[in-house]
Write a protein that binds this ligand. Sequence first.
Ligand code: PLP
Length: 426
Amino acid sequence: MKSSLELLERARKVMPGGVNSPVRAFRSVGGTPPFILRANGAHITDVEEKTYIDFVLTWGPAILGHAHPEVIEACIKTMRDGTSFGAPTEREIELAELTIDRVPGLEMLRLVNSGTEACMSAVRVARGVTGRDKIIKFDGCYHGHADSFLIRAGSGALTFGNPNSPGVTAGCAKDTLIAQFNQIETVEALFEANPNEIAAVIIEPICGNTGCIPPRDGFLTQLRETCTKHGAALILDEVMTGFRVARGGAAEIYGVIPDLYCFGKVLGGGFPLAAYGGKEEYMRQVAPDGPIYQAGTLSGNPVAVSAGLKTLELLTPEVYQALERTGQRLEDGVAAIIEKNDYPLSQHRVGSMFGLFFTPQDVKTHADVTRCDIPKFNTFFHHCLDLGVYLAPSQYEAGFLSIAHTDALIDETVSSIEEALKRTFN
Ligand code: PLP
């Protein structure tokens, strides 16, 4: 049997950090990431044959649990007829129709291969349509690794962004302005300081890349109104929330219709598939109907589309009711432990997406998350891992549930969390 450590050492010789996406390397929590052998339902098993209850779920997509038999079957059937054509298929129309049917105000879309591509393309469309260059993003929101998004706030919240990765040019960074999540006045100030220059505001409607921070009451509606008043596009990045927090995503819950949407994760049913779309007046400007160019060799890949189609088909309204019950059970279980022991913790949950914060304060912004006791989270994380609970290796990441997380598995998790917290705080 190979060990994860042995594989990590081998991997490090040929890949940066031994991984193909940085957070997988466990740098923020320390230790060796389990190398995965297989996953099924709510469980994931590493090369040392240790099995965990999985709350990462491949960073969100596996809402039906891993290796759902009907999704696998659909993919195998498709693959027998060829794995890629680079030509249109009927399945792509079906997936577009099903998505449009489900998401409020979505009129047209284009399939791409990753959430990064979806967000990058949506911003290009907003810029192309408005003829403006600048965008506003929120501190702590992640929209993939395209240059325009790898920007953090300067010393003041209202300054031009500075790149937080070498390789992002100053020219690119100056067009990304940073506002604070849940603070509409920071957005209004940026519009006032940059009249007729802002093409779009892009936002995660529930900030999942800082744990799980829901929008406060009315925040998204105010954002919609501000964008409309200033002639800027509102882009809802529902890569994480789409088809997860509700059948029609966060837009359905909060009653806000953006000009453009970004989707990924659940939409691809575990395959590299994502989409951007929105109002027809925007999407008709995309090539070949319009002049804004965007393309992809593997876009609309038949296997990925089949996985996405089957996944959406299985996501009935009843599934979301079941996920809400599961989420409530986990939330109640953890809340009881916090209360009983007076632990300095707080939590947020929207449907099957949750965050446990190592601070007693109510977390509303990215700055609030930075005040969490990160070393304590890291200790807790490793105790959970030892106890067979696989959480995301960072205080800044959300947790996810699937329909394969039964009541018995939730109760087992709550007991493990209780034990992990005891070991962390005592
Ligand atoms: N947008 C959000 C909200 C995300 O959470 C992510 C990835 O986690 C992305 C965009 C980028 O998606 P991908 O990793 O598929 O490029």
